[in-house]
Design a protein around this ligand. Structure first.
Ligand SMILES: C[S@@+](CC[C@H](N)C(=O)[O-])C[C@H]1O[C@@H](n2cnc3c(N)ncnc32)[C@H](O)[C@@H]1O
Length: 216
């Protein structure tokens, strides 16, 4: 619509909120979370949007902390004792997981981030994983400019970017980068599943125990 005054970012958010099915990547690797022995009980759904992954993880029996700057679409979950909803701006220049941040001092048995990227937060996200915690990350990457939004390079991962961030920090169980046609939103995506268990080895060569790549 030519004269539609709705900002583009809002339109994109509404388009994404209309998707209620969890991402196939999250669906595939969520079973790994149950197999890990970790200190805390909650999973963090960062930039949770309409909560499609929060709802999926709840359905698998997990406790979930869902955070977003706009949590109106999560209102129906407010009375669920297994959900904590935190409305917060994650990009206001203040730390999120320390100081007086909304998640200060918190760590998680898993962190799920889908279709959200704010590079200054990446280090904090990785540090908020418990020992043995699972990171499931999926978002758009360079090349997505040919598809629908996002097209802003600040919101598009570079080739190998998640892999580089995980190197030496997490055991990478699965990584993909490329054109995804059969998924919730088609486009160029990068996907990582990695576990915070480097150094938790019972082997002579210090290699961590392997995980299932097709968990069930
Ligand atoms: C594309 S949606 C993805 C939602 C959800 N992860 C999913 O896959 O369905 C991106 C989400 O990031 C949230 N977001 C964007 N900027 C944010 C900020 N500064 N602080 C917190 N959340 C933000 C938006 O409100 C939106 O819900």
């Amino acid at each position: 619509m030519e004269n539609d005054p709705t900002p583009k970012a809002d339109k994109t958010r509404h388009r994404h909120l209309a998707i209620t099915e969890p991402s196939p990547w999250v669906r595939r690797f969520a079973p790994l979370i149950a197999g890990q022995s970790v200190e805390t009980q909650s999973i963090l759904d960062l930039a949770a949007g309409g909560g499609r992954h929060t709802r999926h993880l709840l359905g698998l029996g997990h406790d979930v902390v869902a955070t977003d700057r706009d949590t109106a679409s999560l209102d129906d979950l407010k009375s669920d004792p297994n959900v904590e909803i935190i409305e917060a701006d994650l990009e206001n220049g203040n730390p999120v997981f320390s100081g007086s941040g909304p998640l200060a001092g918190r760590t998680f048995k898993a962190i799920v981030v889908v279709n959200y990227l704010f590079r200054p937060l990446m280090d904090e996200i990785f540090s908020a994983l418990d020992p043995g915690g699972v990171l499931i990350y999926e978002t758009f990457a360079r090349g997505n400019e040919a598809f629908v939004r996002p097209r802003n390079p600040d919101h598009l991962l570079k080739s190998g970017e998640l892999l580089k961030l995980a190197e030496g920090r997490l055991q990478v169980v699965a990584y993909e980068h490329g054109i995804v046609e059969a998924a919730d939103i088609e486009g160029v995506k990068q996907r990582l599943c990695a576990i915070n268990d480097l150094g938790e080895s019972e082997r002579d060569d210090d290699e961590p125990a392997p995980h299932k790549v097709m968990p069930s």
